[in-house]
Design a protein around this ligand. Structure first.
Ligand code: ADP
Ligand code: MG
Length: 711
């Protein structure tokens, strides 16, 4: 964590078995990693609030005195029925066929129970919970310390019963940790307690703690073992720390960006940019004009542009990018346009060329894709290196593979809001004569301000909210598939659309298996299939680049009536004559994804229709997501809605990457004030004391950014 490391191995500090269990179940090896495993919540003893708010199935802890213990028999089966009370609250506890429990749990015993809560006629009960005897009953043969399962694990520390009592009983707030089936919260708690005891006071990493917040050492201890004051202040301090780490990276990058130089590409009178603008087959929207002029100003200076362009699906980002690129081409430099998929890269190249041709603008556009033949690739590469290619279109791999440009002035990154700092850093080495190219990142998934600040704190942001005029309405309808009559109607509707001369997308959530594109394609096009008489194409990620390209081209030309595809068509694909989309098993997709998919229709002069086929039950979160998509086509609204259903890991793109999440406590959505504060604090620190800023950031490993480059 920022400015603090504790590389001691857990093996050195904890009993062997516990250290191993932690490594195996949580993947932690060092003390710092374990100490950053923060409680998910806290429970308070015999806290009726907790009990009342707990619902069926919650794991709860209850500490109390056994007020009655009865062994009941039915035939040969026995059942121990306990009543356990703490002050005014009581709970029933049942054990079946347990002679051990019958022997050691007796009236008067003080016992801690941990188990799953259930309700019997509205009365709370625990069935077969784990238990730990803190004080045996007066007439019992138990000595205290008897127990089962997880509670017993605490004894691994060789502590006496009274020590455990102190640990468990005297705490006002009991931390409940994210746990696994094999490693219960209790064992984690005991391990962390032990580690904290063996950890000397941690020096304040920031020199002095931020005003109004506790010291770092107090915060780390307090978050795990808060006193009567509760954990809130400590959590806030640690959130501040997490936010500051992100903010520092951005502040340092901003400072660094200011220092670097980019090629100056001023607007040229009578240039190709102007020529395109004058001959476009449509009028630019006001939003488009504003953004073009913002970008144009940026490009004219030698401060590297870092701009994020957010614009809903269909808002016309491509032409904005092309106008920007032509300004750079006008000053004799090259541009790269990066797309997330090959399908999109080829389509981009095609639509750029067609716009250029329509407007009579001469600029050479070259495609570079992984699946090109070696010869074709060599030819493209040559054009790139020699400077013959003005605009190079490819996938993000273009950058990863370190393609060399003759003189790269601008990089446009399309549909990639996860195009993180690291990737952008690679671009820096691409320029010529120590100049770094300008960067424009485009996305149709708007990002809330706080997230933009943290993830893209070094980018300026432009928004494109309005859609070009004449955009057609998309009527969206959720269709429950259990109604066979509706399903038949869907197929009929598809045929009507085709009969009217339009084209239809059918999207499936997977390639193989039941419900996959391959099966579905064969079922509907094979002998007797519903679309056997129509011209149907199949598109998915496993096809070769050439095959994909061929299918897309046929669909574009109108040779195909129906395109059955996976989400490879999710972004960017632009076929105005396609007016209907059917998404099968729509519950498999998130809101933003559905919105993106739907954006493939409604692009021409005809009204469009999107059907969301689903098995999701009414009222389930999945069904609610679909209703949200049905209710509006406003991408900004849907993006917010989407965030409510998702975790931030998703937003940051760290969840899939296999890294542990970097943010443990901070919520990018709700901790707005902390984020804003650290944003300012980081900027000040970088300005006033850059070496400290660098030192702090250098000690912080961020899964998205790696260790910050100190150079
Ligand atoms: P996105 O922002 O989703 O990438 P595109 O750039 O693909 O959107 O634009 C979608 C379609 O709208 C394209 O066919 C494009 O030519 C067209 N378009 C762009 N700007 C305008 C405009 N101002 N008026 C009419 N059509 C436009
Ligand atoms: Mg696009």
């Amino acid at each position: 964590m920022l400015g603090w490391q504790d590389p001691r191995e857990l093996i050195e500090v904890l009993p062997h078995k516990e250290a191993q269990a932690i490594q195996k179940n949580l993947g932690y090896r060092t003390v710092a990693e374990l100490l950053e495993h923060y409680p998910r919540r806290y429970s308070r003893h015999g806290d009726i609030g907790d009990l009342e708010h707990a619902t069926e199935g919650d794991t709860i802890t209850f500490l109390g005195t056994v007020t009655s213990a009865q062994v009941l028999r039915t035939g040969r089966k026995t059942r121990l029925q306990l009543r356990v009370a703490h002050e005014t609250r009581s709970l029933s506890v049942t054990y079946f066929q347990s002679s051990y429990a019958q022997r050691v749990l007796s009236e008067g015993a003080v016992v801690m129970f941990a188990g799953r809560l259930s309700f019997f006629r509205h009365a709370p009960q625990l069935v077969q919970p784990n238990f730990y005897i803190l004080q045996p009953g007066p007439h019992s043969s138990a000595r205290g310390g008897e127990g089962t399962g997880i509670l017993k694990a605490i004894a691994a520390y060789g502590s006496s019963a009274s020590h455990i009592k102190q640990q468990l009983l005297d705490r006002e707030y009991l931390p409940i940790y994210p746990a696994t089936a094999k490693l219960a919260s209790w064992r984690i708690m005991a391990a962390i307690h032990h580690v904290l005891e063996k950890t000397p006071p941690i020096p304040e990493p920031l020199g002095t703690p931020p005003a109004g917040l506790p010291e770092f050492d107090a915060a780390i201890r307090g978050v795990h073992e808060p006193g009567e004051e509760g954990p809130d202040r400590y959590i806030e301090r640690l959130k501040y720390h997490e936010a500051l780490a992100l903010a520092l990276v951005m502040a340092l990058r901003r400072a660094d960006n200011q220092r670097r130089r980019a090629p100056q590409c001023p607007r040229k009178d009578g240039g190709r940019q102007e020529q395109l603008a004058q001959h476009l087959p449509f009028e630019l929207t006001r939003g488009q004009r504003d953004v073009v002029s913002e970008i144009s100003t940026d490009l004219a200076t030698d401060t590297p542009m870092s701009r994020l362009l957010q614009g809903d699906v269909g808002s016309g980002k491509t032409v904005v990018a092309l106008l920007a690129m032509l300004q750079v081409v006008d000053s004799g430099r090259q541009c790269a346009l990066l797309a997330p998929t090959e399908v999109l890269a080829t389509q981009h190249a095609r639509s750029l060329l067609s716009l250029l041709n329509q407007c009579g603008v001469a600029a050479s556009v070259v495609v570079l894709s992984g699946s090109m033949s070696t010869a074709a690739k060599r030819e493209s590469l040559l054009a790139v290196i020699s400077g013959q290619a003005d605009i190079v279109v490819g996938t993000h791999a273009l950058i990863q593979d370190g393609v060399e440009f003759f003189d790269l002035g601008l990089v446009v990154v399309d549909e990639q809001h996860r195009f993180g700092v690291e990737q952008r850093d690679r671009l820096r080495n691409q320029g010529r004569d120590d100049l770094i190219p300008h960067v424009l990142v485009m996305t149709a998934t708007p990002i809330p301000r706080t997230i933009a600040m943290t993830v893209f704190g070094d980018l300026s942001i432009s928004n494109l909210r309005e859609l070009p005029r004449g955009r057609q309405l998309i009527q969206t309808t959720v269709v429950p598939v259990e109604r066979t009559s509706w399903l038949a109607r869907v197929d009929e509707r598809i045929r009507e659309e085709v009969a009217a001369g339009r084209q239809v997308y059918i999207v499936c959530p997977r390639i193989d298996n039941d419900g996959g594109v391959v099966d579905y394609y064969h079922a509907v096009t094979g002998p007797g299939g519903v679309f056997a008489d129509l011209s149907v194409g199949l598109l998915h990620g496993r096809l070769s680049g050439e095959e994909k390209d061929l299918v897309m081209r046929r669909f574009h030309r109108g040779d195909l009536d129906i395109l059955i595809a996976t989400t490879v068509i999710e972004v960017g694909v632009d076929v105005p004559n396609a007016t209907m989309m059917v998404i099968r098993e729509a519950e498999n997709f998130g809101i933003s994804q559905l919105h993106q998919l739907r954006g493939r229709v409604g692009r021409g002069s005809h009204e469009s229709l999107c059907l969301l086929l689903t098995e999701a039950e009414v009222g389930s979160p999945a069904h609610q997501r679909l209703l949200a998509v049905q209710s509006t086509t406003d991408g900004f609204l849907l993006a917010e809605e989407d965030l409510r259903f998702r975790e931030e890991g998703d937003v940051l793109g760290t969840r899939q990457s296999g890294h542990t999440r970097s943010l443990k406590l901070l919520s990018l959505l709700s901790d707005v004030q902390i984020i804003q504060r650290t944003h300012k604090d980081a900027a000040r620190l970088v300005k006033d004391d850059k070496s400290t800023a660098l030192r702090l950031a250098a000690q912080d490993y961020h899964p998205d950014y790696g260790y910050l480059d100190k150079s």
